[in-house]
Design a protein around this ligand. Structure first.
Ligand SMILES: Nc1ncnc2c1ncn2[C@@H]1O[C@H](COP(=O)(O)OP(=O)(O)OP(=O)(O)O)[C@@H](O)[C@H]1O
Ligand SMILES: [Mg+2]
Length: 332
């Protein structure tokens, strides 16, 4: 078996507050293979961004990785000294955030930023790096790149800026890209273009992509697999078609019910009453149990671990036994 590009094992992330320690990520495990796009969904506060930030070593105090391991192509990267993880960031892991301006320095011409990043990580001359920057800008769909390369970030539209960020993210040929809501700030028409660009990265370069979004349409469009997060855990993970069309976890069912049209099917909108618990008030057992229409006694006591169920892994006691058994227990 080939080694996954990214392997996250039992990740725990904590934030220390004056009063207590809040556990934002509580035992998250997943892999992303070469060329694979893993979509990560879940409602606000589920832990999608914190997971991404942990992978790129950007959890700053008072936050910390409290447990687990993160491997990049087989090498453990979660305990590296800051300068080593900084070298990996940019070179081996590219980042795309919601707001392109967080990644672009407004005082530098975009070409200078790309050339500098290329030269920091790849052994290229100034001329060769500039040539590569122009090629990359062309590749991400910036018109007249040989001219635009000398423009400043403010001279670009939001969509064009995000393309520049993608060029910057891929310029050192990373193995992995973490994209956190890369299209949320963009117009719908531009979103589609950015998404197809991200999708192409996996196909053309074998880049592994972790794509965080709360847009299920985007996930269905781009991802090979999807992880559904809830309260700092993965509720369900599996191939995108299987999870979208046949979600198992009651929370995933609710989320998928909320996609208006997939393959033209008229899915009924499933409402999930209530809201996700605050980190300071996560209930014992399954953190979804207060909102779950299928919860039984065990769900209030025992925290479900993700278990394999067909092509999915699902953290739900309903699926911990043979399907018939589960149905009996639920009915009881
Ligand atoms: N620096 C911080 N200090 C304290 N708590 C934090 C910090 N950053 C994140 N959290 C908490 O960690 C939890 C997960 O946050 P995270 O940003 O990962 O959510 P998310 O899934 O990305 O949500 P959204 O969809 O709104 O972006 C939340 O409860 C959040 O309040
Ligand atoms: Mg987020």
């Amino acid at each position: 078996m080939t080694v996954p590009v990214l392997s996250v094992r039992n990740l725990e992330v904590e934030f220390l507050t004056r009063r207590s320690t809040l556990r934002a990520i509580n035992g998250v495990s997943f892999d992303i293979a070469k060329g694979e796009v893993l979509g990560v969904v879940g409602e606000s506060g589920a832990g999608k961004s914190v997971t991404g930030l942990a992978v790129i070593g950007l959890i700053d105090p008072p936050g910390r990785i409290a447990g687990g391991e993160i491997y990049l192509s087989g090498t453990r990267i979660d305990h590296l000294p800051p300068e080593e993880i900084r070298r990996i960031r940019g070179k081996r892991i590219g980042m795309i955030f919601q707001d392109p301006l967080t990644s672009l320095n407004p005082l530098y011409r975009i070409g200078d930023q790309i050339v500098e990043t290329i030269r920091t990580h790849l052994n290229l001359s100034e001329t060769a790096a500039r040539k590569r920057a122009i090629d990359l800008l062309a590749e991400v769909g910036i018109p007249a790149p040989e001219k635009r390369i000398d423009a400043y970030p403010h001279e670009f539209s939001g969509g064009m800026r995000q393309r520049v960020v993608i060029a910057l993210a891929i310029c050192a040929e990373p193995e992995l890209i973490i994209a956190d809501e890369p299209t949320t700030a963009l117009d719908v028409s531009v979103q589609a273009q950015i998404i197809s660009l991200i999708k192409r990265l996996g196909r053309d370069y074998g880049t592994a992509v972790m794509l965080v979004t709360h847009d299920m349409g985007v996930i269905a469009e781009t991802s090979d697999r999807v992880a559904v997060m809830y309260s700092g855990r993965i509720a369900e993970i599996g191939p995108v078609q299987d999870v979208v069309q046949n979600p198992l976890h009651p929370y995933a069912k609710g989320l998928m019910g909320a996609i208006p049209t997939l393959a033209g099917e008229d899915k009924r909108l499933v409402q999930i009453p209530g809201s996700m618990p605050r980190l300071s008030a996560i209930p014992p057992g399954c953190s979804f149990n207060p909102r779950c229409a299928f919860a039984f006694d065990r769900c209030r006591v025992d925290r479900p671990e993700p278990l394999k169920h067909g092509s999915h892994a699902v953290a739900c006691h309903l699926f911990d036994t043979a399907p018939g058994e589960a149905a009996k227990e639920t009915a009881a």
